[in-house]
Ligand binder design. Sequence first.
Ligand code: NDP
Length: 292
Amino acid sequence: MTAELIDGKAFAATLRARIAEQVARLRADHAITPGLAVVLVGEDAASSVYVRSKGKATVEVGMESFQHRLPADAPQADLLALVERLNADPAVNGILVQLPLPAHMDEAAVINAIAPEKDVDGFTVLNAGRLATGQKAMVPCTPLGCLMLLRDRLGSLAGLNALVIGRSNIVGKPMAQLLLADSATVTVAHSRTRDLPGLCRRADIVVAAVGRARFVQGDWIKPGATVIDVGINRTDAGLVGDVDFDAARAVAGAITPVPGGVGPMTIACLLANTLTATARARGLPDPRGLTP
Ligand code: NDP
């Protein structure tokens, strides 16, 4: 058996086209153009690439993109002052501070300075708490994208055994919350977990967010399982995921490739969140199909 490929790139393209339509309608009906501000501190090469591609995707769907750069040695007070300005700017509906921040900055303090209604990454304590308690939240982009792919493939997730490998605030924890809210039976694994292969073999859904190249082995996968590979690892052989793709593909029912799986969904969901934030700021109903 060879698993079906979950084409995140194609799914994301469809999602972006739907967002572009809704942006055009917002402009026509309400004279509103959503705006996304992205803040980059320092010169980290990977972060610069991410920020550029986020800016390009924003403009492509008809939104306004604002990019702000601060030097790596900027005092935290300068960054906080910029966030405050963006919080108060009515043209800015979404604010994203690209992580990681330089070591002299307090990441949590900076993130929590973002107005919750503009927190399109969903990383503030308030949005994390809302998600955990089943209230309307801004949901982190990567797990939201994974959820969309899973629902598209499986329909209802109710009662399925889901294993999330990784417990970061950015991916693992919000992913677990979203799966739980969809009534999956959720296990969260991490570096101290015992018998990860055994847990994996019971999982109908595996979401791997570990940050280790080809870490999840093919013989850990339950036959027919749906495998979502969040990992992005740069190796001599190019970009690879956290799952041993070739081996897992021979066993799984469906699997995301790397690249072309979760990555494109993350950016599409950032645009989705910016549109949702814009609608909420104007008291309009949530755009359809973009929230959990
Ligand atoms: P973190 O490094 O923050 O978290 C990694 C998690 O993996 C931790 O919870 C860690 O456990 C766990 N882990 C590490 N080693 C093991 C092990 N041997 N067995 C079980 N669990 C282990 O990473 P992120 O969550 O930020 O990212 C994960 C991956 O996803 C990375 O490759 C990253 O590049 C990628 N990523 C991709 C995105 C996309 O758009 N596709 C977006 C965001 C991330 P512990 O907590 O115990 O240390």
